[in-house]
Design a binder for this molecule. Structure first.
Ligand code: ADP
Ligand code: ZN
Length: 601
């Protein structure tokens, strides 16, 4: 509300008050004193009454007071059938009836009230909407923020510990810098890049860095903003965001939390979400409407790539997908160094030590460690940040809002290293198994570590040897723990349940047990079953059930023996692998090969 409006309000208000006063004065002039009926009667008896106007609810008139001056009066009438007689008897010169105007008066007042109400309503509601006309329309305008050019630009130097992701994005930067080069060669640039990885790993930072490196404007919005408002607004926001970016091309558009709109349609509870779907459709329209080489790159980020609608991942849309993983030990050190630049570190602080103590921390957590450390040092009036401050900061960040259950102690880390290397080594030693692609002790989901085997080719048939090998690999984890620590942990629970399930299927579904024979003990409608559920209907004899149990146990135990044997025979290799994994946290297939080669030599 600006000054002009306020003035108007005051004028209107004053006008209204004036009007009301006028109303009142018309009614009350001449000024009447209200007197009791008894006084009216006694004045009548005295013959002081000059004139009277009568209404069923009011009597008013004039009388002469003791000094002879005319006074106006009014009084509330009482039932008095003799009044007219007495008026005549006392020679009141003029008495008359009067129309009851109180109804009209009330009506006028009411009208005034109603008018006032409408006026206020108009002022506060209608005006607001009119004044907010711009606002109302700006519901649909995207809240996209343009990065201030004057602010220090983000560059790839600010992002550490994800070299591969950076490498893949360099091409995008190159394209934004010199779109002509690509146009001439007829090369097709991606329109959309999807960055995926856990929260806080630097996806936003990377997108900013792309714009910064290329020196182009950066438009950013969060997809969850698109769907928070009224229906239809999300779509118009998307449109507006792209319009802005097109005007500024070449430019980078960044959409955070893409899964908020990009969730697979019809997936999830409650089925379709109108607003989300409209927004998603608009996004697809905009993506498809991009001229190739128009100089706009759309970068989106999500930590749920698994739920993204496949329509978004088709060629010409987000056709480039880049993983931004949780950093490994080296990466963490690099990130810590980046953030340590802005604080005063004691010269003897070795950030590698901090990096080793923070497995599972994402970039944002590490930035937090440095920041907390600086705060702690400041609280203690220190001149520089010392290692002790950083160590305390680690604890704080660990206990922080997103409680990290994934942070391991050194001993746990050691156990998990052996466990994973157990899987790896057994896989390596058994011929015909899928190559080990990656071993990691960086937790993923609830698993503390993982060994990733990728098949060389798609497989449609699995042989008995394949499955028994799989069983041995699964049991290799616990076998390695036993061998190294003479102790077993709960870490193998998932392996064991998988192994048991495999073995059970071998016996009951695949007919791979000689003792039970080539029978399928799976009922047609039974998708899944475990152990005794199988015999709910009593379709199989006790003896068969017992045989199944024995066979499953035999298969798993044999696998265990095999795994133990392999690991015991290669203890030196296991130790070296585990040590490397402990130090580096992630080993590639090639790393594993070269470690095994030196261990054998
Ligand atoms: P995401 O978008 O993946 O959730 P952000 O990019 O928003 O994560 O990261 C939040 C903050 O954490 C950044 O502003 C930065 O300070 C810090 N950070 C995260 N990853 C890195 C990294 N790889 N290098 C340096 N700083 C990082
Ligand atoms: Zn395991």
């Amino acid at each position: 509300m600006d000054n002009k409006n306020l003035k108007q309000l005051v004028i209107w208000g004053l006008g209204f008050v004036l009007l009301l006063t006028l109303f009142n004065s018309v009614k009350t002039v001449p000024l009447e004193t209200e007197i009791p009926y008894s006084e009216f009667r006694s004045r009548l008896r005295e013959g002081a009454i000059i004139q009277v106007r009568m209404r069923p609810d009011l009597i008013s008139g004039d009388y002469r007071d003791a000094k002879g001056a005319t006074q106006h009066f009014r009084t509330l009438p009482l039932p008095d059938p003799k009044l007219i007689e007495d008026l005549e008897a006392h020679k009141v010169s003029n008495f008359q009836g009067e129309r009851d105007r109180s109804g009209m008066y009330a009506f006028a007042l009411n009208l005034g009230g109603i008018l006032l109400f409408f006026f206020l309503w108009w002022f506060f509601v209608i005006r607001q909407v009119q004044v907010g006309g711009k606002q109302a329309m700006s519901f649909g305008r995207s809240k996209a923020k343009i990065v201030d050019d004057k602010k220090k630009k983000t560059t790839f130097a600010d992002v550490a510990g994800c070299e591969e992701s950076k490498e893949e994005l360099r091409e995008v930067v190159d394209f934004l810098k010199t779109p002509d080069k690509y146009q001439k060669l007829g090369g097709k640039m991606p329109r959309g890049v999807l960055l995926f990885g856990p929260p806080g790993t630097g996806k936003t930072l990377l997108a900013r860095a792309v714009a910064g490196e290329a020196g182009v404007p950066f438009f950013s919005a969060s997809a969850s903003e698109f769907v928070e408002m009224f229906v239809g607004v999300g779509a118009s926001r998307v449109r507006d965001l792209f319009d802005q970016a097109k005007k500024a091309a070449p430019s980078v558009i960044f959409i955070d939390e893409l899964d908020a709109v990009g969730r697979a349609r019809f997936a999830g509870i409650g089925g379709g979400h109108d607003e989300r779907e409209q927004t998603l459709n608009q996004l697809l329209i905009e993506l498809d409407g991009f001229e190739q080489n128009q100089g706009i790159i759309l970068i989106a980020a999500t930590n749920r790539p698994d739920v993204i609608d496949t329509a978004l991942l088709r060629p010409g849309r987000f056709d480039r997908q880049i993983n931004v993983p949780v950093p490994d030990c080296k990466g963490r050190e690099a990130i810590l160094k980046v953030h340590a630049l802005i604080v005063k570190m004691a010269p003897d602080v070795d950030l590698a030590v901090v990096a080793r103590r923070t497995p599972g921390f994402a970039g944002a957590d590490l930035a937090n460690v440095i920041n907390e450390g600086a705060l702690l040092a400041a609280r203690k009036n220190k001149e520089v940040v010392e290692l002790a401050d950083l160590e305390e900061a680690i604890e704080r960040v660990m206990a922080g809002p997103q409680k990290r259950s994934s942070i391991m102690s050194d001993r746990e880390k050691k156990i998990v290293s052996y466990h994973e290397c157990g899987h790896t080594l057994v896989a390596k030693m058994l011929p015909g198994t899928d190559p080990v692609h990656k071993v990691s002790i960086l937790s993923r989901g609830f698993a503390l570590g993982y060994t990733l085997q990728l098949p060389l080719e798609d497989k449609y048939l699995t042989s008995r040897v394949d499955i028994t090998n799989r069983l041995a690999i699964l049991l290799g984890g616990r076998a390695a723990e036993e061998l190294a620590f003479n102790e077993i942990t709960t870490g193998a629970a998932d392996d064991l349940s998988k192994a048991t399930a495999y073995a059970t299927r071998m016996v009951t579904e695949f007919g791979m047990s000689d003792v039970v024979g080539p029978l399928s003990l799976k009922k047609p409608d039974q998708e899944m079953f475990m152990g005794r559920d199988l015999n709910k209907g009593g379709a199989f004899s006790e003896r068969t059930m017992q045989l199944v149990d024995e066979e499953v146990k035999r298969l798993v135990t044999e696998a265990q023996t095999k795994a133990r044997g392999i690991l015991a025979a290669n203890k030196k290799a296991l130790d070296q692998l585990a040590q490397s994994l402990f130090d580096r946290e992630v080993l590639s297939g090639d790393d594993v090969d070269s470690i095994l080669a030196t261990a054998r030599a």
